[in-house]
Design a protein around this ligand. Structure first.
Ligand SMILES: *Cc1c(COP(=O)(O)O)cnc(C)c1O
Length: 367
């Protein structure tokens, strides 16, 4: 088949109207306040706090640095239990803090950390649990909280995929001690690069905001050893513009999600993520698991690529199969995550993806 249009990638950044962004950065030419918690940073922090229903919120230059800072702010030691079915950032954030990741397998239904397999992994060195609301599927929040309280562990959620999601009216920012959101260009809401921490404890605010600015508390006091995690004003401007349209973008994504489900749900050998009741979704991703299908995941991916459609094997390989971790971990130790990673293909999903391309993708998958 010939290639007759622009390549279709797995994600495509949402862009606000150019004039709106240009108008907002005009202010920066006048003020010459480009970073270090300027006016736009302040405005975006306030608006996101409200949108995410967060008690406390701190903006960051990106989601990964936010996550590293969260672990540092909580003063964790020893081992942190996490999932191997995630993006590199989750586990690297643990290791970068000098902590040891311990991998818990995932649930076969929604691919989040399996609360039933959590307790046997807890040792006297465990200080925290770092689960991921993977693809925006909520973790077993109550169960994880109960186990954490019993063993006096902190809970940090990687909520990079859960922007704006709610369960029974409670926002993702409400769960655990700290939740990290990513505003990377490919996410549902973006600030080009960017991220945030949402948390409850007001005493964490000083710690978190100090750590993202070299530990500088005031002109003469450097109270802690911190790095540089500050979001700049150009990022904040992009966030303020995009936030106005995010509900609209999510609505458009929902139509694409529905079309994929109409075409692919119930096909033997193809599994879609279940839609949990009471959840306000953001439709960030369209993961499809091929297991026992007439074609393998790799064959389907190759067939799509022939016509210029580029899905991603997201997440493959599992983190415990990475070259940088293979001397310490084996993917076979988390068999469910291993099996899902071998079959998963994340199909293109973005607000402006035309429905006829969704149909074309489904035709190829089904043919
Ligand atoms: C995107 C992402 C991150 C990191 O976010 P950045 O903003 O790109 O640093 C962390 N965890 C998960 C699961 C992600 O998808």
């Amino acid at each position: 088949m010939e290639k007759r249009r622009e390549p279709v990638r797995v994600a495509r950044s949402s862009m606000p109207p150019f004039e709106e962004y240009a108008g907002m950065i005009r202010e920066l030419w006048d003020s010459r306040w480009l970073t270090n918690m300027g006016a736009l940073h302040h405005r975006l922090e306030g608006q996101l706090k409200e949108y995410l229903k967060a008690d406390q919120l701190s903006l960051f230059v990106n989601g990964h640095i936010a996550l590293e800072t969260a672990l540092k702010a909580l003063g964790l030691t020893g081992e942190v239990i996490t999932t191997p079915f995630t993006f590199a950032s989750t586990v690297h954030a643990i290791v970068q803090n000098g902590l040891t990741p311990v991998f818990c397998d995932i649930r076969p239904d929604n691919y989040t950390l399996d609360g039933d397999k959590l307790e046997p992994l807890i040792t006297d060195k465990t200080s925290a649990i770092l689960p991921v609301h993977v693809y925006g599927n909520f973790c077993q929040i109550e169960k994880i909280q109960e186990i954490a309280e019993k063993h006096k562990l902190k809970v940090i959620y990687d909520a990079a995929h859960a922007f704006g999601e709610e369960r029974h009216g409670i926002g993702a920012a409400d769960f655990g001690d700290i939740s990290m959101f990513s505003f990377h260009a490919t996410k549902v809401f973006h600030t080009i690069e960017g991220g945030a921490l949402a948390y409850h404890d007001p005493e964490l605010e000083q710690q978190v905001n100090g750590l993202k600015n070299f530990g500088i508390m005031d002109e003469e006091t450097v109270a802690m050893v911190g790095g540089n995690g500050k979001m700049n004003e150009f990022q904040a401007a992009m966030g303020l513009c995009n936030l106005k349209y995010v509900e609209q973008e999510i609505k458009k994504r929902s139509r694409i999600d529905r079309r994929y489900r109409e075409r692919l749900d119930g096909i033997k050998g193809i599994t879609l993520c279940p839609e949990a009741p009471g959840v306000k979704r953001n439709y960030a991703y369209m993961p499809v698991v091929f297991d026992g299908y007439k074609k393998s995941r790799d064959q389907v991916a190759a067939q799509l690529e022939v016509v210029g459609i580029y899905p991603r094997k997201y997440f493959y390989p599992c983190v415990n199969a990475y070259a940088c971790y293979q001397d310490r971990y084996r993917p076979e130790d988390t068999p469910v995550a291993h099996r899902i990673s071998m079959g998963v293909l994340t199909l293109p999903m973005y607000a402006d993806l035309p429905l006829d391309i969704v149909d074309e993708i489904c035709d190829i998958v089904l043919s």
